[in-house]
Design a binder for this molecule. Structure first.
Ligand SMILES: [Zn+2]
Ligand SMILES: [Zn+2]
Length: 181
């Protein structure tokens, strides 16, 4: 069973390309959007998050700083950020049911690798992903505004620990044989 703390934290390896997140406050200001103190708290939490957060996690974190913030404030702020295309909404392979997670848009699109075993979410950006987008636009004449690609499977550390568990299992019968011989 995956724990919430191990679940869904950003992995630091971004693949081939470095990911740079956009600055929410600066972009909101440049668009002339005025923020209430409550919304500013939420924007700061989303900006500095070290994991992909869902509404419940956002609300909990926000209420620590500003107890008057309620669920409706969170939803309205997310809607605003989504409309301005400053955040992305993810379902992360539904590892935790129907929850949605939010993250500040990165300057370059990236994909998410979700581990079905430990819940770890890794981010990956690669030139090939950019090429795929260009090919889609070229072939379909489609102007891409949002791309979401999620990959589910087993992360490298879960694979490693599974392998060493298997090794131990394969070792023990031979040790027993030696012991009884
Ligand atoms: Zn894993
Ligand atoms: Zn991400």
């Amino acid at each position: 069973m995956m724990s919430l703390s191990s679940c869904n934290s950003f992995a630091t390896d971004y693949g081939v390309l470095k990911l740079e997140r956009r600055s929410l406050l600066a972009e909101l200001m440049s668009k002339g959007v005025r923020l209430t103190a409550q919304r500013r708290v939420l924007v700061e939490i989303i900006q500095t998050a070290t994991a992909h957060l869902d509404v419940a996690a956002l609300l909990k974190e926000a209420q620590k700083r500003e107890p008057s913030i309620n669920r409706a404030t969170v939803y309205r702020t997310i809607d605003l950020l989504k409309k301005l295309r400053l955040v992305d909404e993810l379902d992360l392979m539904h590892l935790n049911g129907e929850k949605h997670y939010y993250e500040v848009k990165t300057r370059r699109d990236h994909l998410h690798l979700a581990c079905f075993q430990c819940g770890r979410i890794e981010e990956f950006a690669a030139p090939l992903f950019e090429e795929l987008k260009a090919e889609i636009s070229r072939h379909k004449g489609f102007q891409i505004q949002v791309v979401r690609l999620e990959v589910g499977g087993r992360c490298s550390s879960c694979r490693t620990s599974a392998t060493s568990r298997k090794d131990r299992k394969e070792e023990s019968p031979s040790r027993n044989r030696r012991a009884t011989a």
